[in-house]
Write a protein that binds this ligand. Structure first.
Ligand code: SF4
Ligand code: SF4
Length: 200
């Protein structure tokens, strides 16, 4: 299934994803009107600090199996059979916080939402912008992120790309330590150029 993939090394901490997410989950879907809505729309993605102090956009990974889903006794958390997205039914949620205790990524928040019964606090998290996807749109955070820190793709593809980047950087470091023979060096340069063209 396609997922919002996070690339923290590209995040500049601008928090545009949070604004876009809150707007996408508002009643009006327009930022200037959304700020006057009650309850105030809130984001499902939260930019915190990564290991080296860099921006880290944290959001639900839609795990499979999903610990939050297994922990939810009233059955408020379920998986959409078509997209595989883990969703929360606001009517069934009893605000017991079991899901937050089970989630290893700390991505579940509790607040009111216009889709929930009035004044009821419920568990809220990323829904992969499932309604926008039905309209052929990208998740709002991905659409707004200008640095490419958020992409919408299959996890396996993202992992393959990241592995290739790491492998190339490691082989570049080895090259510097143990320079190859002239002919091999030329072949490697050709390969590098080919890869950089592929990455564009
Ligand atoms: S809320 Fe947490 S445990 Fe549940 S699917 Fe998302 S990341 Fe996984
Ligand atoms: S807070 Fe709501 S969604 Fe979370 S486990 Fe309790 S009932 Fe389920």
């Amino acid at each position: 299934m396609k997922q919002v993939q996070v690339h923290p090394e590209r995040c500049v901490g601008c928090m545009q994803c949070m604004l876009a997410c809150a707007t996408a989950h508002s009643q009006s879907k327009e930022m200037h009107r959304a700020i006057g809505e009650m309850p105030l729309p809130k984001p499902r993605v939260h930019v915190g600090a990564g290991l080296s102090g860099e921006g880290f956009p944290n959001r639900c990974r839609h795990c499979d199996p999903a610990p939050c889903l297994l922990a939810c006794l009233p059955g408020a958390i379920f998986r959409d059979p078509e997209s595989g997205t883990v969703l929360i039914d606001p009517d069934r949620c009893i605000n017991c916080a079991s899901c937050a205790m089970a989630c290893p990524f700390g991505v579940i928040r509790y607040h009111q939402d216009w889709l929930a019964p009035a004044e009821k606090t419920i568990a809220v998290k990323c829904d992969n912008c499932i309604v926008r996807q039905q309209d052929g749109l990208l998740p709002a955070c991905v659409e707004v992120c200008k640095t490419g820190a958020l992409t919408f793709e299959e996890s396996a593809d993202a992992l393959k790309r990241k592995t290739a980047v790491v492998a190339r950087s490691v082989s570049a470091a080895v090259d510097q330590q143990f320079p190859p023979a002239a002919g091999v060096a030329l072949l490697l340069e050709m390969k590098k150029s080919l890869h950089s063209l592929e990455d564009r």
